[in-house]
Write a protein that binds this ligand. Structure first.
Ligand code: BG6
Length: 505
């Protein structure tokens, strides 16, 4: 792999994200040769650490990748630590000197990646100082990577964006949505635009509905404090789910370049109907997990989790129906759902095609109106934990008579391929090194996503409708099933049935 040259300046270098995701991803890139001799990393945070201690932390954070002692030595010697208080202007001067020194030492051609792996309330201050204290290099590239949450509603996101725009142009800003780094999310475009049998049917004439499920089996774990202020709508729908919907709904880009794709994603998101308050009650459902049991394991309810207000009305589950008001999708619901403590971890997309116009396999004497429709063809895209797709088609059941039976053509990647597939963060960092913004979110996408979500949130906050609960280990409250059943449809993926049949739920 071709070597890339850059200095990484990581704000929040002692944090959990840096340790769990960034350092291992950088190491994987190092092993593959994407960064070799000409790179350096400055970790900054408040704590007083030495370079040596920082390097020990790096060594620990890559230990699960089984590095050899030689690899550890070669890799960690590129890491430097700088104690840093984000409000202190002088400390940015120290940082600037170190950056220039490392640039010279490792011959980095002035390329800089600033990574903000910390709470968003500091982003504005950091961006301002980066500019005023001349840490931006005047040769090579300057790029900014920022983590979610990008604001807590449209207004706060806009302010944040104005703040960082003071130092960086839009094409220098790389907003991470780690779902966009996932192999199968990227594969959505391959499935759609590489296969005429799908793309030519990809519209309201042939598709009955689309279902997107991002289910998690974990609860809020140690993040109760953050999560209780956020909830599932802001934590998962505003970003990951709407990004998936945009990729499924967008028009084919003319070329597969970041600019062309972004344009189409933005158009798709801008066509998502923004609901009036009275429409939210009909189209969106929230829920909170209560105590439950799965697989003979007791799970506590959300209100008993650490860091959560015992009277909290924060939702841990959301299901909803999105409508996309354009020619392609008129009348086709996109049902979405996501939640914590659901039956199983799984991200899946089900594209449900319309039935054939009539069911000709009926008895002559049967009234055509009383005969059920043919089972619908379904394209399923499995994002995680397994990766692949399946297609459900109808065939004839072997034997007497003419019974129709759905059969599933299944393609799942083998574990080997998955093991070798790069981690989302690794891909995204490499994309940023190369200046490819395809898998990052543009400000217009973020802004539109907040506008879609804000209306729903406002209704919940102002009207405080009933907050249904669902037992931990289930697929959400009954209201989620009713939401789709009132349209005469059902959720295609129901792993809870599998558990119930085996007495595990
Ligand atoms: C994050 C959310 O963005 O995505 C978490 O903040 C969630 O609450 C996580 O658990 C899910 O990501 P993944 O990759 O495990 O599906």
């Amino acid at each position: 792999m071709q070597e890339n040259k850059a200095l990484f300046i990581i704000f929040g270098g002692t944090g959990d994200l840096a340790k769990r995701k960034l350092y291992p991803s950088l190491f994987r890139l190092f092993r593959k040769g994407a960064i070799q001799k000409h790179f350096a990393v400055i970790g900054t945070a408040r704590r007083e650490w030495s370079d040596d201690y920082f390097r020990e932390i790096i060594t620990q954070s890559i230990s699960s990748l089984n590095p050899t002692p030689k690899e550890i030595e070669l890799f960690t010697q590129h890491f430097y630590y700088q104690t840093h208080n984000v409000d202190n202007t002088e400390e940015y001067d120290t940082l600037e000197k170190l950056a220039n020194k490392l640039d010279y030492k490792y011959q980095l051609d002035g390329n800089r990646i600033f990574y903000l792996a910390m709470a968003p309330n500091f982003f504005g201050t950091i961006a301002k100082h980066i500019k005023s204290q001349h840490i931006l290099s005047d040769h090579g590239f300057n790029r900014l990577i920022i983590e979610k949450p990008f604001g807590t509603d449209y207004e706060s996101a806009k302010k944040l964006n104005n703040d960082i725009s003071a130092a960086f142009d839009e094409d220098q800003i790389f907003r991470i949505d780690h779902y966009l780094g996932k192999e199968m999310i990227q594969n959505i475009s391959a499935v759609r635009f590489g296969n005429n049998i799908f793309e030519s049917l990809w519209n309201h004439h042939y598709i009955d509905n689309v279902q997107v499920t991002l289910a998690e089996s974990l609860g809020v774990e140690e993040r109760g404090g953050y999560y209780d202020k956020s909830g599932a709508l802001k934590d998962m729908v505003q970003n990951h789910i709407l990004q998936v919907v945009a990729l499924l709904a967008m028009e084919p880009p003319t070329t597969f370049t970041d600019q062309a794709i972004r344009k189409e994603k933005i158009n798709a998101l801008q066509s998502v109907r923004i609901y009036q308050e009275n429409e939210v009650a009909q189209t969106f459902v929230r829920g909170q997990y209560s105590q439950g049991e799965i697989n003979h394991r007791e799970l506590k309810g959300y209100l008993a989790e650490e860091g959560v207000n015992p009277d909290s009305t924060t939702e841990t589950f959301v299901a909803g129906k999105l409508m996309i008001d354009n020619f392609r999708w008129s009348g086709v619901p996109f049902y979405i759902r996501t939640g914590k403590r659901m039956t199983e971890k799984g991200t899946r997309i089900n594209v449900v095609f319309k039935s054939t116009p009539i069911n000709i396999f009926r008895n002559k004497e049967e009234d055509i109106k009383a005969v059920p429709d043919m089972p619908k063809n379904i394209l399923t895209i499995y994002i995680q934990p397994t990766e692949g797709f399946s297609l459900t088609l109808n065939g004839k059941e072997i034997g007497e008579g003419f019974n129709i039976e759905p059969v599933r053509l299944d393609y799942r990647h083998s574990a080997d391929i998955i093991d070798n597939s790069p981690e989302a963060y690794e891909k995204l960092i490499l994309d940023c090194l190369k200046g490819d913004a395809t898998n990052f979110t543009h400000w217009d996408e973020v802004a539109t996503s907040w506008q879609i979500v804000d209306g729903i949130r406002d209704y919940w906050d102002n009207e405080n409708p009933k907050l249904p609960t669902y037992p931990a280990g289930s697929m959400g409250p009954i209201e989620s099933f009713e939401l789709i059943e009132k349209d005469n449809r059902h959720w295609i993926w129901q792993p809870d049935e599998w558990y119930k049949e085996r007495g595990l739920l």
